[in-house]
Design a protein. Structure first.
Length: 364
């Protein structure tokens, strides 16, 4: 059965007719698949068809809890080609993880892009249920990246990009161009070092103290990293406790139980995964529960994929303790620090653009 469609085609799935509004061709190693943006009465869905003609239909959704679901797939997808009304470009990559709910045989997909994380719910459908209603005689050409890309990369597509990335990081494996919180505060007089916590494999988390209150400490740290974070959340039951998650670190700002001063716990995400049962230095039980709940909700699923291939640390020793430490309704609540970090990030990007820096090959 031919399940290859063009932008502008009309297809039917069951009794519903859709217009194909966009198409993305993905590759992950030897695995390739197409995803079609399909629209019916203004409602968007995604139709996913892989090289084995396994077919799913997906709808975007807000953040969803995957507790109790089984992980079925994960990897890094690369956009090979794209057409029509889609907001990606060839060469864009995302980490993805998929889960299956055994109770109703539905699926959840989580895609982590550079600038956002997307969540979708889906179900498997029969290939025979899809019918081509009408073809678009003049489909739009696919988009290719032109500026800032060598002919070799253009020829080999995502494969070439992956090879260059592997070579680069093979040579510069100890380098990372993203700013870390530790780089910004370890020699900062406003955040003197207090102590360290030794965890699994003799690796340490650091604890700093500050004369700032919790809100001032959080906004100063957000300013120092120019708003470049994944998530930030204050404990709605204790607004003096604030958690920050970046690409590589977990930061907790909280009250010292001994003297009510402000402490800053800082660890890598791998250290946190390996040592999540380790209590925070001078932190009370409510603070520890919020810390563990925040990490489990926002980072645990991704980090077990990224850091636990050797079965080490928390995932090996403490997995039987895994549970819900803090209500997801609270963790989903709006955080004023999220708005603040967005404004800092936008202001920083505007400064870089005005000085001729920032991302982008040839500019506009």
């Amino acid at each position: 059965m031919n399940l290859n469609f063009n932008v502008g085609d009309k297809i039917s799935i069951g009794e519903i007719t859709y217009t194909v509004d966009g198409k993305i061709a993905y590759i992950d190693g030897d695995y390739i698949w197409d995803e079609y943006l399909i629209v019916s009465d203004g409602h968007e869905s995604w139709l996913s068809i892989d090289n084995e003609e396994s077919v799913f239909i997906w709808q975007m959704t807000p953040r969803i809890d995957t507790s109790g679901m089984e992980q079925t797939d994960s990897g890094t997808e690369c956009v090979n080609f794209c057409y029509g009304n889609v907001d990606v470009e060839p060469g864009d990559t995302a980490r993805y993880t998929e889960y299956r709910n055994p109770q109703d045989d539905t699926y959840v997909s989580i895609e982590i892009w550079d600038d956002e994380t997307e969540y979708s719910t889906g179900r498997r459908i029969a290939a025979e249920s899809i019918m081509l209603v009408s073809s678009n005689p003049t489909p739009p050409p696919h988009r290719e990246r032109e500026s800032g890309v060598s002919k070799a990369l253009k020829k080999f597509g995502c494969f070439g990009i992956v090879v260059v990335v592997l070579v680069f990081f093979g040579i510069f494996s100890d380098s990372d161009f993203s700013v870390t919180i530790k780089e910004k505060i370890e020699n900062n007089p406003d955040f003197p070092w207090e102590t360290s916590i030794t965890g699994y494999d003799n690796k340490n988390a650091d604890v700093y103290y500050t004369d700032y209150d919790a809100e001032e400490a959080a906004t100063n740290i957000i300013d120092l990293i120019e708003g470049e974070l994944d998530y930030v959340q204050e404990n709605p039951q204790d607004t003096l406790t604030i958690a920050i998650l970046t690409k590589r670190e977990v930061c907790m700002i909280y009250r010292d139980t001994s003297d009510n001063s402000t402490l800053v716990h800082l660890a890598t995400r791998q250290w946190t995964l390996d040592n999540l049962e380790a209590p925070l230095y001078h932190g009370d039980s409510a603070t520890n529960n919020f810390y563990r709940g925040f990490y489990q909700y926002y980072a645990f699923a991704t980090d077990t994929t990224d850091y636990s291939s050797d079965g080490s640390g928390y995932y090996r020793y403490y997995h039987h303790h895994y549970g819900t430490y803090f209500g997801s309704a609270y963790l989903l609540s709006h955080s004023r620090y999220s708005s603040y970090s967005s404004s800092v990030r936008e202001a920083s990007a505007a400064r870089r653009r005005s000085s001729g820096g920032g991302h982008g090959g040839g500019g506009k």
